[in-house]
Design a protein around this ligand. Sequence first.
Ligand code: NDP
Length: 309
Amino acid sequence: MILALKSGRLPAADWLAAFAAKMPELEVRVWPDVGDRAEIDVLLTTRIPKGEAARFPNLKFVALIAAGADRFLADPTVPPDLPIVRAVNSEQALTMKAWIVYQVLRHHREFPQYEADQKAHRWDRRPVVQPGTVRIGLMGLGQLGGAAARSLVDLGYDVAGWTRAGRGIDGVEDFIGAGEFERFLARSDILIGILPFTTETDSLLDARAFAALPEGAYVINCGRGELVVEADLLAALDKGHLSGAALDVFREEPLPPGHPFWDHPKITLTPHNSATASAWNAVDSVIENIRRCQAGEPFVNLVDRAAGY
Ligand code: NDP
């Protein structure tokens, strides 16, 4: 087997070292020096220019390093029968759930206000709202959203999730599909977007959705920037209906220097850094799929082309 690697922010050397240690028989060629493209069996990539994947005529599958498949699927030249899998890993879920829990606690326990109080030498013991009365709504209960939901349940929050099919996670109330969306929003004091970007999730959080949230709701988005209509979010914050937002993903990344989010007093943001993983951990699911491919077994973490994620 020969794998072509187009690394993203993780250095190619890390991937090479991990594959060399865990699957030494695998030949890894680093983009763009991949040699004869007809020899490549597996493409492991973050983003790849449109048309490039189709120039590997004998690919057995593509493994996507970042979880979002939308950009790859937007390339019309990708052969329709080419299996696409996600290189998912436990570190990504761990780091994402920590980011989400931090943002929830930061808002719920008023940490920005206590930091301001300290600067002003102000001793102000405000009553703590009990977590059981804080209603959290997660849009998406997949590998990442599901892990965060379990942690939030452990912390005593009143947790619900909105998905296409329901997930049956202990302690998490399921809301399913478009028909239950408004009811789900109406009970979300803290709304967390951890959805993939598909035709169905595009611009889901618009003026109507924000209006359906309870007065003073807080919005967290770490799935994809396209979920949010940015102007509608700003309007809902500015008129006071929303109390704030924590954002990790944006329609345009890097966030342009003059973007209103940078200086907005009710927005806290991070540079698409909520979930990270090491190559050492991330190679495991790629190796698992190579082994399955060799054995003629079904892939794991296969992207559903029809659903778009
Ligand atoms: P999964 O594919 O494991 O789960 C996706 C979840 O979204 C599922 O619960 C699914 O519902 C739900 N969902 C998808 N479409 C809809 C819809 N139309 N209506 C309702 N629910 C829907 O994904 P992950 O949890 O691993 O990741 C989620 C997203 O997070 C990724 O797609 C990616 O875009 C983003 N991401 C962001 C990162 C960052 O650093 N900010 C890092 C990694 C990923 P169901 O269970 O019913 O199928």
